[in-house]
Design a protein around this ligand. Structure first.
Ligand SMILES: [Mg+2]
Length: 326
């Protein structure tokens, strides 16, 4: 029997009700319930993905689910919030059978255990177009402690978590580039593209330290540009400082021209933030405590715009600085 033959209610009961937390009320009521503790604000974000646009229809459904959830958790982390719940709306074509839905729900189940969050509710509809998956994530933060994009100040240092460019290289590998790369490096980069690691621990710990923060989805330079625009400042990024994974380093050594493109590549879901120089020791302590790289890559200045510079301070021209949907 195909999933569409199950009907909406049986579909919800079978695949999604097991994911519901206490606030989801077993997905049996008209809406879910969220307790908002005194002195806390809810932080809410939504992202939708479309088959054939944001993922390939043949991509493993578990991984599609996990990426959908993780990109939203990354947005919560970028505000400094801890994730609590999510709401899921799926519009699926009839040809996606029960097995696809079961695997999609399994991916969500694994990740919600990993991140300690629960399903609150949502909707499940059919469509004659491509699959559309929309997820709303809800987190919380002490009121007034959120980190906005607009707080960067001249003389702040610019920092980034993890490694840059892995997701871009992973997508290139899936499209047939770098066929001679070792299997281990291939697997690592493709995984970084398919299943990003949102910095859900680091984000909340940067509240009170970071002046401004964003997660890298459009590309490091483009996302830093968003911080600069909203903060009315400029930024300079040193190409040589960009943190690369060993797998990315291998590709850059064979093809040095690709390095500047990594500064413009998106989908890494690392945290990019600015902080006053006086916070550098606190940031180094976070790096040791969490065991993840946090690298200083540049500096904020007055004025406007983002420049990428080489080790002698010369500006590196780029043909584009990030992905644009429209
Ligand atoms: Mg974002």
């Amino acid at each position: 029997m195909a999933a569409d033959e199950l009907g909406e209610f049986e579909r919800i009961r079978r695949f999604f009700a097991p994911l519901a937390g206490a606030g989801g009320l077993g997905l049996l009521d008209d809406a879910g319930l969220v307790d908002c503790r005194a002195g806390r604000s809810l932080v809410i974000t939504a992202d939708a993905i479309v088959a054939g646009v944001h993922y390939l229809p043949e991509d493993p459904p578990e991984l599609v689910a996990r990426k959908l959830l993780r990109v939203n958790l990354s947005d919560l982390a970028a505000m400094g919030a801890r994730p609590l719940h999510y709401i899921l709306t799926t519009a699926l074509p009839a040809e996606l059978g029960q097995e696809w839905l079961a695997r999609f729900a399994q991916g969500l189940g694994e990740d919600q255990r990993h991140f300690g969050i629960e399903l609150l509710g949502g909707d499940s509809v059919g469509t004659t177009g491509p699959a559309v998956l929309s997820l709303t994530a809800i987190g919380e933060i002490a009121t007034g402690k959120e980190v906005r994009r607009s707080g960067a100040e001249p003389d702040d240092l610019v920092w980034v978590s993890g490694a840059i460019g892995d997701a871009f290289l992973g997508l290139r590998l899936l499209r047939g580039a770098h066929p001679d790369l070792a299997r281990e490096d291939r697997d690592y980069l493709i995984r970084r593209f398919r299943v990003p690691d949102p910095r859900t621990e680091l984000g909340p710990l940067l509240s009170g330290t970071a002046h401004a923060m964003i997660d890298i989805s459009d590309g490091l330079l483009a996302d830093l540009g968003h911080i600069c625009e909203t903060s009315h400042v400029s930024a300079q990024v040193e190409l040589v400082s960009l943190p690369l994974s060993p797998a990315a380093q291998t590709i850059v050594e064979a093809d040095p021209d690709i390095r500047p493109r990594l500064a413009a590549a998106g989908d890494d879901y690392e945290l990019l933030f600015t902080a006053p120089a006086a916070c550098s020791e606190a940031i180094a302590a976070l790096r040791s405590r969490l065991g993840i790289p946090i690298t200083r890559i540049g500096k904020i200045g007055p004025g406007a715009g983002v420049l990428l510079v080489d080790d002698r301070g010369r500006v590196i021209p780029l043909d584009h600085t990030g992905y644009r949907h429209f």
